[in-house]
Design a protein around this ligand. Structure first.
Ligand code: MN
Length: 209
């Protein structure tokens, strides 16, 4: 058991995964105010809702990825799917960003990017295009499909985990991810994030993980 976090209501409750950096670490691209709301209200809210929904059920002590797999497409389990998937997606998103991000990917990832997209810029362009054209709320992802890299987008809480794809990194394009800093300018948020924050090392590690 870890600490005395208020989200931990029982031994089997899901914990809010720690933010891997300070709330102001991603400034000026993403403000501490945005991260404060996004992590401290939105992400925390998904975990709290999940705990309420899962209490006393088989899902209480189940890994998030297992809950996602077990509930996807089940009309009776929409709420638990949405909250479990959003909890997983957000932790993955925090780790997809770094104050040391941007730049050149590590060699193994770069080689795969060049094989799939031609070059790193083309990969970033495809990520930006997927993220800007996701209508309404959702996510853009770099994934491994078999042995090949691909860019995909998912709506609302959905995830590549439910499609047999291995996520390598993600970008949150729900309005709460950028509206305080960029208002309606989703493309500006994406351009800055992909240039300065995207953590290729995380994606590279996931290639082998
Ligand atoms: Mn979000």
């Amino acid at each position: 058991m870890i600490g005395n976090d208020k989200t931990q209501t029982s031994v089997s409750a899901h914990l809010l995964a720690p933010l891997p950096y300070a709330e102001n670490a991603l400034e000026p691209v993403i403000s501490a105010r945005t991260i404060g709301f996004h992590y401290g209200k939105h992400h925390k809210g998904y975990v709290e809702n999940l705990n309420k929904l899962a209490a006393g059920t088989e899902f209480a002590g189940m890994m998030l990825q297992k809950i996602v797999a077990a509930t996807v497409g089940n009309p009776d389990k929409v709420a638990i799917f949405n909250n479990a998937s959003q909890a997983w997606n957000h932790t993955f998103y925090w780790h997809s960003l770094s104050s040391q991000g941007g730049g050149e990917p590590p060699a193994a990832l770069k080689q795969k990017i060049e094989a799939a997209f031609g070059n790193v810029d083309a990969c970033k362009k495809e990520l930006a295009a997927a993220a800007t054209t996701q209508f309404g709320s959702g996510w853009a992802w770099l994934v491994l499909d078999g042995d090949k890299l691909k860019v995909v987008k998912t709506a609302n809480a959905d995830s590549p985990l439910t499609k047999g794809l291995k996520p390598l990194l993600t970008v949150d394009v729900w309005e709460h991810a950028y509206y305080l800093d960029y208002q309606n300018r989703r493309a500006d948020y994406l351009a800055a994030l992909l240039d300065k924050l995207i953590d290729w090392n995380f994606a590279d590690g996931n290639l082998r993980g």
